[in-house]
Design a binder for this molecule. Structure first.
Ligand SMILES: [Zn+2]
Length: 141
């Protein structure tokens, strides 16, 4: 991994984390203001409820995203950023630009998705292509 690339990856991860945290904070503010409109009693409760709100508003998706971002930042510090966890090859820079917190290269990611979908109908473009290639060439060899 190039140093310049790591630096820009780190910056975009920090920006993403800021964005997620800002979104959460906005949601919290909005819900607090909503409570204020209901009257003073609700307002008094607001500060107590705020802590609960944050954990409620922090949806699973946000939590997972924040965690992925944190882990990616840790990998940058540890020098393991951009290395696929499955095959230990470098992840393409284009992929890292699009998904800065990804832990898998595009091939391993596709493998994992295929495994996850094994019991389901695979009907996206990539799935169809992979299956077509696999089925038509297995008999040929
Ligand atoms: Zn891989």
């Amino acid at each position: 991994m190039r140093k310049a690339f790591l630096k820009s990856a780190r910056e975009s991860l920090l920006k993403m984390r800021e964005q997620v945290l800002a979104d959460i904070e906005n949601d919290t503010k909005n819900s607090r203001e909503g409570q204020k409109d209901e009257g003073m009693d609700a307002y008094d409760l607001a500060s107590e409820e705020r802590d609960r709100d944050i954990s409620m508003i922090l949806s699973d998706r946000d939590r997972v995203k924040l965690q992925s971002i944190e882990e990616a930042l840790q990998r940058i510090n540890a020098g393991s950023y951009g290395i696929c966890e499955e095959c230990e090859l470098d992840i393409a820079e284009d992929r890292l630009k699009a998904l800065p917190f990804t832990r898998l290269c595009v091939i391993c990611q596709a493998d994992q998705e295929r495994e996850a979908r094994q019991t389901r109908r695979v009907d996206d473009e990539r799935g169809v292509r992979r299956i077509a290639v696999g089925e038509s060439e297995e008999d040929a060899s």
